[in-house]
Write a new protein. Sequence first.
Length: 540
Amino acid sequence: MASPRIASPMRGVSYQLSRLALRQDAVSKSLSASFARSITTSTVSSITTSADGFVPVKPFEEQTVLATIHKFPSLEPLRLQSYPANYLNLPTRRDILHRAVVYEGDMTRLGTAHKKTRYEVQGSAKKIRPQKGSGRARLGDKKSPMLRGGGLSHGPRHRDFSTELPKKVYDLAWRTALSYRWRKGELIIVDNAIELESPSQRLLNHIFELHERERGKGRSLLVTSEDRPLLEQALDKMDRGRQALTWDLVDVKDLLELQRIIIERQALWKIFKNHRSDLQSLPVPAELQQKLEEPASHNFMPGWSQFHALMTAHPAEREAVRAEAYESTAYERWTHAESLPESDPEKLNLTISAFELLAEAKDLHRAQLPAKAYLRQIENQKDNAIVELQDGDPAIHQAYTDAAEAHLEYAERHLQGLELAAQAAEHRRDAYRFRGKEEKAEKMEKRAGDLRTDVALAEEELLTAKVQVATAMAEAKSAEGDAVGANKYEAEAEELQAQLDALQANAEEVLEGQEGEVTEDELRQAEAEAAKAEKQGKKQ
């Protein structure tokens, strides 16, 4: 017996066939009507067509778009640059972007959650109690999921959440995201490096406020071609670590998240070059064939490169190279200031900065010297070793030599520290004078003078220590029977003693000259007393 379903007419098929018959009638009627009308009412047309106004349409692969190149951090426009349309003007494909974002999210899932089953838990496989007779529930071994400390049934296991996406689709998503932000005016290409002069949170916050006033509220994603350590340090202070990324750490999701993208031209070039697998059949654009130079890092103050190298050095090595970096920066700024005209206000700022950096460098060098207390302790130990020895002991000459050398090392350290302190005071005096702070400059000049006096005394002490070392060495050589060595050190001791006598004589002459001279303070005081006496005489 045939099924009633088969025997009955098919609703859809019969309806479509009936519609098809009606359409055929309508088509034949329309053809006959139009043909008849064309015979009865047709006239010779006077309309002529011309090919002169024909504008050929360029294929999409050959089209280009213009993008504005800006300057960081002001974002002022510099020039226009053309980019291929299939790199920066692709239509927005939400499906492609969605697939790329899901693919990246799946790739970032760790899938490390894992629980042990009863077969992975360590423990005995002995049955806990008999199957029957206890009146209690049946139990197996202690690793049962029903017991505390046993395995877990249907728990999470190690798994890989990553999915697959064709590379051509993923590369298309990259350029689609950039095209979307470019059409909305949210892709800002900068010609120079996105870097700061110093890792200052206040400076970076001021830059972001400027961008919000000029471009609207919202955060910016900063995409760089290389690591920018000063920028990253400032962002870490503001708790915005993920706001600056190098081009190889950016994802499609990052390009769609924040309000705008500020990207270096070099970084954009690298992204285009590494995400064009779906365009292999097309010729490589001229912009991608040429190797772009690394953007200029800055137009900052002279010496910024040394400061940048210092801030990027390893923390364990930073303090060791800080003094040399300060000195190099100071000399570079001083040299640049000398080349500027006197009317340039930057000349004064660079000069003051150079003196302040030199003073800081001298203080750092002084802090790196060996501690004087430690050297004094070693000297005392050597002196005590002499006391313990008796006269005639063969080791006593070596003990005297060791003690003299320890005293010489202490004297050298003392002299170096005083010289560095005096130089730092003199540099700060000059900095205060250029700033117009005469009172502080006079205080520093007085301090520098006192330190120079101490330096002269330390030089005498150093020469005395050298004489003692040479004398001790001569006695040691004489005790050993080395007449040549003894004569050599005796001559050296006499030469050093002559230098010491000349230095002391010179110091006495300077001191006598200072006693005979009238200082400026005494001269001003005498003038004030004379003026006061003259006024009193007039009153009388």
